[in-house]
Design a protein around this ligand. Structure first.
Ligand code: ZN
Ligand code: ZN
Length: 205
């Protein structure tokens, strides 16, 4: 399907402002409120799967356009896609093109927790407070103690109803891990961990 007119013109305006050629915009719809997007700089495409929430559609398109305008930074051989350079552009685009700070903060940080820290740094309204609350929650969360439940073993795939599981530890093997396990010449290895809350420290009276 073709992209709605507002989205096409947003792509034009954002790229013209930045003095950059626009990407081709691929547009599909998905069920649910939220949208998803992906930017393929190598082939010149921004693709959006639009959910029903118009604000989230706009934010998602602007998020991808920020990727279009910001090459990923490499740090220790890892590409940083959502760093400060990216969010400097992204939050400026949100502001300039009709996504209010509180909406930008809410939608962006629901996807990427790191957005809060960058938004606070950029002085986005409400970001410092939200970051403070988030850190508070992390501190209050009980620590967990990890132990090995099933020691390291070779993964042997087995069907279990609709799932593929490891025959030894019964863990489901899905997605990329399943593809990797099927491809591997030597069996992949597994350790199954489990965690329990750390017992509260007794303070002597
Ligand atoms: Zn992104
Ligand atoms: Zn296993």
């Amino acid at each position: 399907m073709s992209a709605p007119a507002w989205a096409e013109s947003l792509v034009e305006v954002v790229c013209a402002d930045a003095g950059r050629p626009p990407p081709r915009l691929a547009w599909r719809t998905r069920r649910g409120a939220g949208s998803t997007g992906v930017t393929r700089r190598d082939v010149g495409i921004v693709a959006v799967r639009a959910g029903s929430d118009p604000t989230d559609q706009r934010l998602t398109l602007l998020h991808e356009l920020a990727h279009w305008l910001t090459p990923a930074v490499r740090r220790r051989r890892r590409a940083v896609h959502h760093g400060l350079a990216f969010y400097t552009i992204a939050f400026a685009l949100y502001r300039r093109h009709g996504v209010a700070d509180p909406d930008a903060l809410r939608l962006e940080s629901a996807r990427y927790r790191s957005a809060l820290r960058h938004a606070a740094h950029l002085g986005i309204a409400g970001a410092s407070e939200a970051l403070g609350r988030h850190r508070e929650t992390l501190r209050a969360r009980p620590r967990r103690r990890w132990r090995v439940l099933v020691p390291e073993h070779a993964v042997r795939l087995e069907r279990d109803g609709r799932w593929t599981v490891c025959a030894t530890c019964r863990q489901r093997v899905v997605g990329a891990q399943l593809a990797r396990a099927r491809r591997a010449r030597r069996p992949l290895r597994h350790v199954l961990w489990t965690s329990t809350p750390e017992p509260a420290v007794e303070v002597p009276a």
